[in-house]
Design a protein around this ligand. Structure first.
Ligand SMILES: Cc1ncc(COP(=O)(O)O)c(C=O)c1O
Length: 343
């Protein structure tokens, strides 16, 4: 039976090479800055992104949080998409931990619209307002279907924020899916932003961790906030060893996931489900659970009975994600099960 866990690209198992590198990693106390493998990962990430510095964090959520804390003061506001991960799925941490007021903006097509940015933006100088000092851009955009933003459009969104005096943080959990899709360079994105968070533990396959990249002062502040939220780890070179392999060797294979997702989208459509169209598909397929299953969890549990794992992504909305643990055979098998269930 092929692996049929399509819930997320976070379910990947570390490769044999990652496990071996973890076992052999040279380590030290990273809170003292003494872990050679961690230092190598951070130096490599900074060079790759063309940014002054990089900092390992435990998760994407922690990376986005320490970035918000490092860019904003308490009482500031941060613009983020109403469908973004930072707005919907990070436990409201900007508000309740950073003391920063989130302003949701329209990001139905991935990037925030200019109109919604202009109507939510609040400059300094009015005592009634939370001064919006930060905008967050998500790329690829998970809820918009794993949609990758072209570098020029991404750059225009960032430029608008900068013109208004805001800093720009990229939630680049899956930025390398955008890079793989367009065949461009990550610097085509990072040159437009003040910081970026990149997940090592999604399509890149590491078992844990994210990297935050940005300017030297920003990284200094982020290191302090990471400590404050309990993210200072000791012999974390064990994790960095897998992270290095993820960042160096796994970027190139993401197009394989995209090919499998394209096949999956067409087969799920053939099976009778209504697949959400996206202008550019990376590693995600969203579709409606109905008409037979109005309730997404009902379809999820019916699939589970047949050994197929898929995700409920909202009322009547299903998400399937391709990743390194799945191949064409898994995709075909999954589509057969869905076809049987649809009837
Ligand atoms: C777009 C996006 N940003 C951030 C995160 C958070 O990453 P983590 O689960 O490592 O906290 C996720 C997780 O799925 C995500 O999809």
């Amino acid at each position: 039976m092929p692996n049929l866990d399509f819930r997320s690209d976070t379910v990947t198992q570390p490769t044999a090479g990652m496990r071996e590198a973890m076992a052999k990693a040279a380590v030290g106390d990273d809170v003292y800055g003494d872990d050679p493998t961690m230092n190598e990962l951070q130096d490599y990430a900074a060079e790759l992104t063309g940014m002054e510095g990089a900092l390992y964090v435990c998760s994407g959520t922690m990376g986005n949080l320490v970035s918000v804390m490092s860019h904003c003061s308490r009482g500031d506001g941060a613009l983020m998409g109403v469908n973004s991960h930072t707005w919907k799925n990070e436990a409201g941490n900007a508000a309740f931990i950073a003391g920063v007021m989130p302003f949701p903006v329209d990001d139905a097509s991935g990037l925030p619209t200019e109109e919604s940015v202009m109507s939510s933006y609040q400059p300094a100088g009015n005592v009634h307002h939370a001064h919006t000092t930060l905008m967050i851009l998500e790329n690829t955009h998970n809820s918009a279907g794993g949609l990758p933003a072209p570098a020029d459009q991404f750059g225009r969104s960032a430029a608008l924020a900068h013109e208004l005096g805001m800093k720009v943080h990229a939630d680049g959990a899956r930025i390398f899916d955008a890079v793989a899709f367009f065949g461009n360079d990550i610097k085509d994105y990072t040159r437009h932003v003040d910081s970026i968070q990149i997940c090592l533990s999604k399509g890149l396959g590491a078992p844990m961790g994210s990297i935050v990249c940005g300017g030297g002062d920003f990284i200094g502040r982020a290191r302090r906030y990471r400590k404050a939220v309990g993210g200072g780890q000791r012999q974390s070179g064990i994790a960095a060893a897998a992270g290095l392999i993820a960042l160096r060797d796994m970027r190139g294979r993401l197009t394989e996931d995209h090919k499998n997702a394209a096949l999956l989208a067409s087969l799920v459509g053939n099976a009778g489900f209504e697949v959400e169209p996206v202008p550019r598909r990376t590693n995600m397929v969203y579709f409606k659970s109905g008409p037979r299953f109005a309730d997404a969890p009902a379809l999820v549990s019916r699939c589970l009975d047949r050994g197929l794992m898929i995700g409920a992504a909202g009322p009547g909305r299903i998400r399937m994600v391709t990743h390194l643990g799945l191949d064409e055979n898994s995709v075909r098998k999954a589509a057969e099960i869905l076809k049987d269930i649809h009837g």
